[in-house]
Design a protein around this ligand. Structure first.
Ligand SMILES: C[S@@+](CC[C@H](N)C(=O)[O-])C[C@H]1O[C@@H](n2cnc3c(N)ncnc32)[C@H](O)[C@@H]1O
Length: 226
């Protein structure tokens, strides 16, 4: 994704009360529940992009706490604005969602086994299909899954959407080798009748071009092959 430079992004995020700053990261690891108004289940979105998805999901679920992560401040600042808009429309305080800029390959710097996460969303991550040596950068690669398993509860879920068949098939194998079981799978989400879907920016773009959206829900430690 090509992003236009936004010199105002970092100052705007620094002034945002629900954005976790770089210097605050050491204080939140292992203590995420203290960052929210209520102790309640914790769900995570990895690579949230411009944040249309997390803004709607978090505002619709005040009974859940959310963390949204992206590596780029230039998109995270748009997540911030989308969240503000979604909560303002509903007249809600922004007390169950936090956002931060972080490289997911180093997610152990911000989440520990003391932070029990019940659900992880990965939407339209980079498929890294061109070079085999880049596969390990996939957000669904076994290397990343093992990191997520440090804080993902047993029975916790990964909800994964992609436009890319190669990435989807590879991800099924990665999940199986890390002991996940499959709760749901469709290769055409928009025709599947699945009723809980919230479309992301990339999803809308691919769907407009007629690309079928692949989607799965995998359960951590279910022990059944996928
Ligand atoms: C293709 S976009 C998808 C954005 C959004 N999830 C959607 O579906 O519209 C992938 C996003 O993941 C972020 N990303 C890629 N690699 C990352 C990493 N290692 N750590 C954190 N974010 C990453 C990118 O900055 C980008 O915003």
């Amino acid at each position: 994704m090509r992003i236009r430079r936004k010199p105002w992004a970092r100052p705007e995020l620094a002034a945002c009360p629900f954005c976790i700053d770089e210097e605050d990261k050491p204080a939140v690891i292992g203590r995420w529940q203290e960052q929210f108004a209520r102790r309640q289940p914790l769900w995570l979105e990895l690579g949230c992009g411009k944040g249309q998805f997390i803004a709607q999901l978090a505002a619709e679920h005040p009974e859940v706490n959310f963390i949204a992560i992206d590596i780029k401040s230039e998109v995270l600042v748009l997540t911030k604005r989308n969240i503000e808009q979604a909560y303002a429309q509903r007249g809600l305080p922004i007390d169950n969602v936090r956002i931060l800029s972080q490289d997911i390959e180093r997610i152990g710097m911000i989440l520990s086994p003391d932070d029990r996460v019940e659900r992880i969303y990965i939407n339209f991550c980079n498929p890294w299909t061109e070079k085999a040596r880049h596969h390990k950068r996939r957000l669904t690669h076994t290397r990343q899954l093992r990191n997520y398993q440090q804080f993902l509860s047993s029975g916790g879920e990964i909800w994964f959407k992609t436009d890319d068949d190669v990435l989807f098939d590879a991800s099924l194998a990665y999940l199986e080798s890390c002991g996940f079981s499959l709760r749901y799978l469709t290769r055409d989400l928009h025709q599947s009748g699945f009723s809980e879907n919230i479309p992301t920016e990339h999803e809308e773009m691919f769907a407009k071009d007629g690309v079928k959206i692949k989607f799965l829900i995998a359960v951590n430690g279910g022990g059944v092959s996928v």
